[in-house]
Every structure is written in C-alpha cells, then in structure tokens.
Design a protein around this ligand. Structure first.
Ligand code: URQ
Ligand code: ZN
Ligand code: ZN
Length: 486
C-alpha cells in the first residue's frame, strides 16, 4: 500500500514547491499536484507543513566498545530515536581494535546493526597498519564502504601517526574512498592530561582544559597538509572551533576539497557546563572535542552559511551516568561521548532557520543533501524526487517542543539539550515508504533497517585525479657532459 503526503510544501536543497508526494514500494513515485493514486493509499495530511528529505546523520557510534565500557545506545534504540527526530539514516563507525582485521570488525558491526529499524551504513576506522590492512580496505570498499576514519587523538588506543595517515590516505586515493579524521593532537592532549592531573585537576573541567582549540586546529591543518600532499579529498569530523574551521576554509579557498562537520552540540552548547558544581551534569557533557566557549559557535554557524562547513552531525555516542562515573576521580577515565541524534534537526532548525541564519533549503542541505552527495548516495538519499528512497519528514515549523530526557527515545539517562524549548519539529517521519513516526508515536519494526552500500569514486575523485595528473612532478631530463680525459 502506498502513502500520499498531501497539502505540503516540498523543500529540497535547491528549491521549494507546493506539491504532494506519492510513495510506494519504498520509493518516491510522484511529486506534484492533483496526483492520481490507487485506492487504499494511506493519506498523510501535511496541512501546510514542509516535506523534506529525511535527515542523514553521518557520525554515530551505536554499541561502540570504548574506554573500557560500551556505548549504551544500540542500533535499535538509536535508529528509533533518530526517526522520532526526523532523521531516516545514520552512518556508523566500525572501529577495529588494533591488530583486528577490518573485515572481522565490519562483520561485528554488521551483525549488531541487524536490529536497526531504519537505514544505516558504515565508515571503517584505520586503527593500525599493515599490508593486510591495505588489502582489506579494498574488501571493505567492495562491501559498500567508501570512507575510512583516522583518529589523530586517543593516544595508546585508537590514535594513528602521520606515517599511517599518509599511507592510508594514499590507499584511499587508489580506492576512491574518502579519508576522514578526528583532528586533535593526541600527544599534546596526553601530556596536558598528565600535567593537569599532577596539578590536582581531576574533574570534568580537566577534560576541556586538556583539549584547547589550537590542539584541534593543529591536527586539522596537519591532516589537510597530508591530504593535499597525497592528492585526496578530506572530511574533518566534529569541527568544533573557529581555528579548525578557519583551517578548512583556508584549504577550500586554496582549491582543496576539504569538508567540515560541526555537531549540533557544538553549535549551541558551551564549555561552561564543565565548571558546573554538579559532577554528573559536567561529566555527562564530556566528549571530544569538548564544547567550546560561545564565540566559537558564531564561526561554526557562519561556516554553514558560507559553505565552508557542509554537514551537521551528532557523534551520538551514549553513556549512562553510571558509566561516566568510571572517571569520578580522574577525568581521563570518563567515557567520551554525548547524544543528540533525536534532537539534531530540531536544534538546527530552531537556532538556524528561526534565527535567519539558514533558509529551509540550506537546512535541508546541511542535515541531509550535502551528506548524501559527499558519501555518494545522492539522489537515492537526500532528495524528495521521483526515484529517490521514500525517506521523508513532514516538518511543522510552528510546533513547539521542550527537549527532555523524560520524553526522548534514547536509552541515555541524560539529555545534553535538556530544557531547551524549540519551535519546529517533525510531525510525521516516513522511512522506506512507511509512516514510522506520527502524532508523537513510533511505529517501527526491529530489523527493518537496510545496510546502504556507498559506491567508491564519488565525482570529486575524478576531478581530483585530473588535478593530480596535472600537478604530478616528472623527473628532470639531464645530459651529463662527461669530462674529456686530458
Ligand atoms: O571521538 C569520537 O568521535 C568517538 C570516540 C565518540 N566520542 C567523543 O567524545 N566524540
Ligand atoms: Zn571523534
Ligand atoms: Zn565520533
């Protein structure tokens, strides 16, 4: 049975139009007015609301084993939460433990994700290096992975050095896969952590103090330099501060294909949380990079408007307070991560569109379409158009909602956006052509999610290859005049 979304205004990244949308068999079959639909079609009355492509969150960590524990949000609760917030697809990170084969780790995450109620895809992290890793990157690409993550932080755990970055980026260029970085100088963080602990600073404020903005910016610049040297695009995850944004903006102005990803959390929350007298409140906000001072938020918003930053994500990596208490006496032991997958669209709409920073079309671009384009799944995803997947959100720009842990669908016992009242919320979410969120109720099915394969060699790789050919140095031809022997 199909679904007809009637009476709405379709908003895509490029334009908006008054149109109805008819979906069947999980695909958008018609967009227009006066559509002729089969008897028995389910009708959703948009009532003047906006009909947008479902959000795509390219940065999540469901069930992630990390820092001696495991993220509490699993693929079922995480994908259900995202549908309640109008997001219809996530891209999660497969993180092989050092020396673990990439494909074995991909098998693990693929098994865990089988319980997902909506679509997902995977990045794979490069946490160690060998010829076997190089070979297995090709196997991951064959299995629909077109992006590889590199942690420049988390020394002694996930961190890789510049030589591995260089070799892995080179492999990414050969495979047509996008390299991604968590850009913080892990050595500087480690040494700052020791200094702070020795000075008796053990609370969550130590986390923020050990990861200042310039420690992030240095790594962003370094990763950009390596990508430029290798000749490959680069995606910088959770760009949190002005200095890292400026590094990306400089690179883009110099013609380099570098993408930046601010998080909903960094756009609206600030580092004062770490100085709260309430340890649980402060520790529940510990993530890397940390929330910054408010002045950095303007730079991130300006970047989304200017196009120097392209994608808003959440880095949803959820831990309970009881797990955060692993670091009660030592901030370096607090599991790093916060949530936001259900709140992302509401937060970006309220603080972005209602404030006039973003148009509705730009909102769609930064929460869905740009991500689909960068990860080479557009227009299957990220567009309300004939032939695209029937992943949609009917957005009521007038609806108000106060964010709270008491009403969210995450398994977390804290919501970092607690108490924020937003205007603009998802009225209906459609996933694979099925109404899954309506009237404040979820109607989801465990296992309904699909693993969305993402082909390598997105269009930028073809352009980049031409740049590399044009700029490749060639050996200088010389004639050596041998000295005539006297
Ligand atoms: O660094 C990440 O992206 C993962 C480990 C989630 N945690 C975090 O603090 N960002
Ligand atoms: Zn990270
Ligand atoms: Zn992350």
């Amino acid at each position: 049975m199909g679904v007809l979304i009637r009476g709405g205004t379709v908003v895509n990244a490029d334009r908006s139009e008054r149109a109805d949308v008819y979906c069947s068999d999980g695909v958008i079959k018609a967009v227009g007015t006066g559509l002729d639909v089969p008897a028995g079609t389910e009708v959703v009355d948009a009532g003047g609301a906006l009909v947008m492509p479902g959000g795509i969150d390219p940065h999540t960590h469901m069930e992630m084993p990390f820092m001696g524990t495991r993220a509490i949000e699993d693929f079922e609760s995480g994908t259900a939460s995202m549908l309640a917030g109008g997001t219809t697809m996530l891209i999660d990170f497969v993180i092989p433990s050092p020396q673990q084969s990439l494909t074995a780790a991909l098998d693990d995450w693929s098994d865990w994700a089988k319980k997902a109620v909506a679509d997902y895809s995977f990045h794979v992290a490069i946490t160690w290096w060998s010829e076997r890793v190089e070979q297995q990157m090709a196997e991951c690409v064959d299995r629909g992975v077109n992006s590889f993550k590199h942690f420049m932080a988390y020394k002694g755990a996930l961190m890789v050095d510049d030589e591995i970055l260089f070799k892995s980026f080179t492999r990414c260029r050969e495979l047509g896969a996008l390299p991604m970085v968590h850009a913080e100088n892990g050595d500087a963080v480690y040494l700052l952590q020791q200094q702070l602990l020795n000075a008796g600073i053990t609370g969550p404020e130590g986390h923020a103090l050990s990861r200042p903005p310039h420690v992030e910016a240095e790594a962003a610049n370094r990763a950009i330099m390596i990508a430029q040297t290798v000749g490959v695009p680069l995606y910088v995850v959770h760009t949190s501060c002005r200095e890292a944004h400026e590094a990306i903006a400089r690179a883009r102005a110099a013609g380099l294909r570098v993408y930046g990803e601010p998080l909903a959390q960094h756009l609206v929350l600030d580092e004062s949380v770490y100085y709260s007298p309430d340890w649980e409140f402060a520790a529940s906000r510990v993530m890397s990079p940390p929330f910054r001072t408010k002045d950095h938020q303007k730079s991130l918003w300006d970047g989304l408007v200017a196009g120097s930053l392209q994608v808003v994500a959440t880095d949803h990596c959820a831990f309970l307070i009881s797990q955060k208490k692993m670091g009660l006496d030592n901030f370096t032991k607090i599991p790093n991560g916060t949530g936001g997958i259900e709140e992302r669209l509401k937060v970006v709409w309220h603080f972005g569109v209602n404030s006039g920073r973003l148009t509705p079309e730009e909102f769609v671009a930064v929460t869905s379409t740009n991500c689909a384009r960068i990860y080479n799944i557009y227009p299957q995803k990220g567009r309300v158009g004939v032939g695209s997947d029937a992943d949609l959100v009917v957005w009521d720009p007038k609806a108000t909602h106060t964010i709270s842990q008491k009403t969210h669908h995450s398994r977390m016992d804290v919501n970092v956006f607690e108490g924020i009242t937003v205007t603009g919320a998802p009225k209906v979410t459609v996933s694979q052509g099925k109404v899954v969120w309506k009237d404040g109720q979820l109607d989801v099915t465990r296992g309904h999610g699909r693993n969305v394969k993402r082909p390598p060699f997105a269009p930028v790789f073809e352009a980049q290859a031409k740049v590399n050919d044009r700029t490749r140095p060639h050996p200088v031809k010389r004639t050596v005049h041998l000295q005539q022997t006297p």
